[in-house]
Design a binder for this molecule. Structure first.
Ligand code: JFZ
Length: 422
């Protein structure tokens, strides 16, 4: 195992994390981009801090929700694009310690997560809308330099004052007019230097690629997709067409079935799923979100073996949620020589998988261990599982665990018409 794989070990074991977007923007309830999208002047926006009174113990509630969901790590917005820090910062007065609740919410969060055995992730936005030098760096060079210095100083604080941090998720590395690419972002923020400092302070940490340098993780948004450079962590909102931060009148929620399909899809690609909640101004996670998290947790308690530390499987059966897939029942994940056939669409009493090259030893229903008779032969490469229940044994997704004689391999078909003759 090389050094990178070693650092990634917990990440693969985890597969599922809870993302928390919390800040002053929860008060208007129109999402975390409100300050910019409504062009709210900085002093006016800052007054939200005086109304910001998250309930005591809210961080503990986030962590219980994450644990109940079966998530193995959490990521909190320590500071979003509006510049308001949920932590104590020496280089800013716009923090939850100095203005508003008078509490270090990042500390409460990190302590609660560790106490519950969850890995700790910090989201940090490099850009800060309060700086004219972010929008017009040539015109306001002093502001630009102050912004970059703030990023370096605050990342240092986050990496120094809160114990062991497992994951750093940068965001907001782009330029305000989206004219440049990742190499230019890295140059602007002096990201190589920044990340060298982070790794010195937190040797085991995983870092995403949004400061412009490649680092450890890619973070696709609102879509589950394997990484092209590094390992992927796909992040997603619980609703569609809502924001990441609290969206008071959220028009549509994804179902627990859809969310689970995304999670399984992530595992099938060898990556993680980071599912977002946006607590309300009191810091409470709303019931629509809690219900979905609990449903996922219930499923994971019985079927987690198919997801935690599971890796890609070469067998056919991938169905990307939100698309139509005429091929079989759903994706396979794999651990060693075990395949986990995650059936989004239960087939009824008989399930058939094709192009199975590796001999099959045993087939069971993952959640009960009940064994089923099967037929497989090397000539047809068809696996036929019989005697299954008529109705899906799990309302969300039923998993058949198939034990093979080796790592399952996909069979080839040189004459694609051969099956016609039997
Ligand atoms: C960013 C933020 O602007 C947003 O508010 C939220 O925090 C989200 C998690 O991250 O939005 C992005 C960042 C990157 C992409 C898209 C939206 N991207 O790479 O496509």
């Amino acid at each position: 195992m090389n050094e990178y794989e070693n650092r990634l070990k917990w990440f693969h074991e985890a597969r599922f994390g809870l993302y928390i977007h919390f800040g002053l923007y929860s008060i208007p309830g129109r999402g975390e981009w409100t300050m910019y999208s409504e062009r709210i002047p900085a002093p006016e926006y800052a007054r939200l801090a005086d109304q910001f009174r998250p309930e005591p113990g809210c961080a503990k509630e986030w962590i219980s929700a994450a644990a109940a969901a079966g998530a193995k790590y959490v990521v909190l917005t320590t500071r979003h694009h509006d510049g308001y820090c949920l932590f104590d910062s020496q280089c800013s007065d716009f923090t939850s310690v100095k203005r508003g609740p008078g509490r270090d919410l990042v500390r409460e969060y990190a302590e609660a997560a560790r106490a519950a055995g969850l890995r700790v992730g910090f989201y940090y936005s490099l850009l800060d809308w309060r700086f004219p030098g972010y929008f017009e760096p040539e015109k306001y060079p002093e502001s630009r330099e102050a912004l970059i210095a703030q990023a370096h100083d605050q990342v240092r604080e986050l990496m120094t004052n809160y114990g062991k941090i497992d994951l750093l998720e940068y965001d907001g590395g782009w330029d305000s007019r989206l004219r440049t690419g990742r190499p230019q972002w890295a140059e602007f923020w002096r990201s190589a230097e920044l990340n060298a400092m982070v790794r010195k302070l937190q040797p085991g940490i995983l870092i995403n690629d949004r400061s412009g340098t490649d680092e450890d993780l890619e973070t696709p948004e609102q879509e589950v997709r394997p990484g092209s450079r590094g390992v992927s962590e796909s992040c997603m909102c619980i609703g569609d067409s809502c924001a990441w931060g609290y969206t008071r009148f959220n028009p549509n929620w994804k179902t627990a079935e859809q969310l689970l399909q995304h999670l399984i899809q992530a595992a099938q690609g060898g990556g993680n799923f980071l599912l977002n909640v946006g607590p309300d101004p009191a810091g409470r996670i709303r019931s629509e979100e809690l219900d979905r998290l609990a449903a996922l947790g219930g499923w994971l308690r019985e079927n987690g073996e198919a997801v935690y530390n599971a890796f890609p499987c070469s067998l056919i059966g991938s169905a990307k949620p939100g698309t139509v897939d005429l091929n079989l029942q759903g994706p396979w994940t794999r651990k060693g020589s075990c395949g986990y056939w995650c059936m989004f669409r239960w087939p009824g009493v008989e399930a058939v998988a094709v192009r199975i090259k590796t001999p099959v030893k045993r087939v069971t229903l993952l959640k009960t261990g009940e064994e089923f008779p099967f037929e497989w032969d090397a000539r047809t490469q068809r696996l036929k599982i019989r005697g299954l229940p008529v109705f899906p044994p799990d309302a969300l997704c039923s998993v058949l665990k198939v034990e093979f004689e080796g790592v399952p391999e996909l069979g080839t078909e040189e004459d694609l018409s051969r099956w016609l003759a039997g």
